[in-house]
Design a protein around this ligand. Structure first.
Ligand SMILES: C[S@@+](CC[C@H](N)C(=O)[O-])C[C@H]1O[C@@H](n2cnc3c(N)ncnc32)[C@H](O)[C@@H]1O
Length: 267
């Protein structure tokens, strides 16, 4: 049986040239025989769909592309390949796709690589990824290129797609954030892994709701107060210490950080 890299080389998909297939093999080798639903954004000549179709023999490969794809011309007439025309960031089109196919096990974004499309399709499609499913975005180098909506001049604070995925890592640890005013994020508890490779990002969906050992309801002071006063029975002393003085420190630190963010125009 041929491995993914040799199938990709045979079909001449650029996933081989870019070296992505070696990384994909690490994630996909044990899934190969399963019956999965795989969605790829961006069909072009269909080289990657043909690769997935050979590699995942028992799976359904769904490709979407903004342009009309001639299935006969591209040799894409196969029982396990389905192709639809529409944009990855068109909400109605994505609704049609998920109504037709339901949830996916693997979603690969190899579409426009524009920031607005990469982020919007993630928001639209992530709810339809099965638990333990993988969301992959290729060609993340576009995040360092302002012609794709990226930002080569501000790698840390710009709203680039790379920063969008970097910030998803905070969702892994959302329970640990000691901010009593923490506002819940829709990806909290739903992501178990975010991995970065050269120009590639993998996001694993899953249940991640383990409680923190440090904070309760995003408050270190409250956790410490409960812990200490229940252990010693001396709640007045610990009330003064944690509920008053520690809380004042938290508030001062919060105000200082907010002023700094406003002055630096970091919203
Ligand atoms: C890099 S090619 C895909 C290559 C293919 N996945 C492969 O590996 O062989 C990108 C494709 O994305 C399509 N595309 C561009 N913008 C899109 C959008 N907004 N929605 C869906 N597809 C889009 C283009 O038409 C093009 O065919």
């Amino acid at each position: 049986m041929k491995n993914l890299t040799s199938i990709a080389e045979y079909y001449k998909t650029d996933k081989y040239e870019h070296g992505y297939t070696k990384t994909y093999e690490k994630y996909f080798d044990n899934l190969r025989e399963k019956k999965l639903q795989i969605l790829e954004i961006g069909v072009a000549d269909g080289k990657s769909l043909l690769t997935w179709s050979d590699y995942f023999k028992n799976s359904t490969i769904i490709g979407i592309d903004i342009h009309k794809i001639n299935l006969i011309e591209k040799n894409l007439v196969r029982t396990n390949i389905k192709v639809h025309q529409g944009s990855q960031s068109d909400e109605n089109f994505i609704k049609e796709i998920v109504n037709k196919y339901g949830n996916f096990d693997i979603i690969i974004d190899d579409g426009s690589h524009l920031k607005k499309d990469v982020i919007k399709s993630f928001h639209l499609l992530f709810p339809y990824l099965n638990n333990e499913g993988l969301y992959v975005v290729e060609d993340m180098q576009t995040s360092y290129n302002h012609f794709f909506g990226g930002n080569p001049f501000d790698l840390k604070y710009s709203n680039s797609h790379m920063n969008f995925f970097k910030h998803l890592t905070d969702r892994l640890n959302y329970q640990e954030i000691a901010n009593p005013f923490y506002v819940a994020n829709k990806y909290d508890a739903k992501i178990t892994n975010v991995s970065f490779y050269h120009n590639l990002v993998f996001v694993r969906k899953g249940v991640n709701d383990k409680l923190s050992k440090e904070v309760i309801n995003h408050s270190y002071e409250d956790m410490k107060f409960i812990e200490k006063s229940s252990r010693t029975g001396n709640s007045f002393r610990y009330y003064l210490k944690y509920k008053i003085s520690y809380k004042i420190f938290t508030l001062v630190f919060l105000i200082f950080t907010m002023i700094k963010r406003i002055l630096l125009l970091r919203f």
